[in-house]
Write a protein that binds this ligand. Sequence first.
Ligand code: GLA
Length: 383
Amino acid sequence: MIALKDKVEAGFHAAFGDASELIAAAPGRVNLIGEHTDYNDGFVMPMAIGVGTLVAARRRTDGVLRVAALDLSETTEFPLSSPVPHALDGDWSNYVRGVAAALVESGLALAGADLAIAGNVPQGAGLSSSASLEMATGLALAALAGVPDHDRTALALAGQSAEHHYAGCQCGIMDQLVSARAEAGNAVLIDCRDLSARSVAMGAELAVLIVHSGIRRGLVDGEYNLRRQQCEAAARAMQIPALRDADPAALVAARAAMDPVAYRRARHVITENARTLAAADALTAGDLASLGRLMSASHASMRDDFEITTPEIDRLAAAMAQFLGNRGGARMTGGGFGGAVIAIARRSDIEALRDEVASTYRTPAGAVPQLMIEVPADGARLI
Ligand code: GLA
């Protein structure tokens, strides 16, 4: 992050001709377990990672937001009174516009700002580069408005609003909440109904290996939103507010009332909620054998019932799980259709696993995959 800090400071100066007033940082995340459960009011257990986004900021008084994306060498500016979504799908500025709009709407006294942004979260890896951009932007704007300790859950909701209304992804709240609220050393068990979060300590002897499959995923391409609609249809068929409220027996009882696809989607969510709670207990107890079984079952459920994995990712996750045996676990992480596979294990095993993956797995482009060894990092903060 030190090199990134130098980069945003220098980049801010080059773009706006003066020094920044403050710098906000927010991490990317990896989800240990609990996939596609967040928008069903369920449970997730992510942790923040050591890569993230930095935003250097300075106040303006003319109601304008000027933004320099240093990694892309692009700039944009817009009046805070009408931060219209950019015409381009997938454009980075949608996240900035959406967060600024949500915060202004919530009453934040913001009279304009200059922002310079730089980050090091790999894109398309399912590691929430967009949530880290949203949370760093939100914290920078809140601090400029005189509220550096702005409620972190409110920041997360502003980020989610940007995804919904500006980026076109009907995402849940997991990525933004963990980026805003994580604590070093701990994974976070989040109840996505009441947005309460409980720290789950990860033993110092454990680490997470993140393997970027090299298969890029696009959340905005419709499959994600389709999964959400299918889950909501299943909940309607069961006459419950959300799949969080169902158990396996209730699902079986309602089988005749829903189509087979909705049934399988619901079965994933219902069983994944139970696995997530069990995994929090297993992680707390340092029970790697149980954790490994839960992670394998989670992957199988994403593959067979939620249908968000790919054959290459299935092979990679299976090979990693097999290498670890009962000494840890592996599964795809994030929204799906590509992205990263993770393993949790003791550090000594993680290093051997990293070597094994580097020598056996190749991305679709034929390259050695990008490998990251991570422990739980801090959430958004001013640096
Ligand atoms: C994306 C979304 C999250 C969550 C995951 C899947 O990361 O942004 O809200 O739904 O996919 O678990």
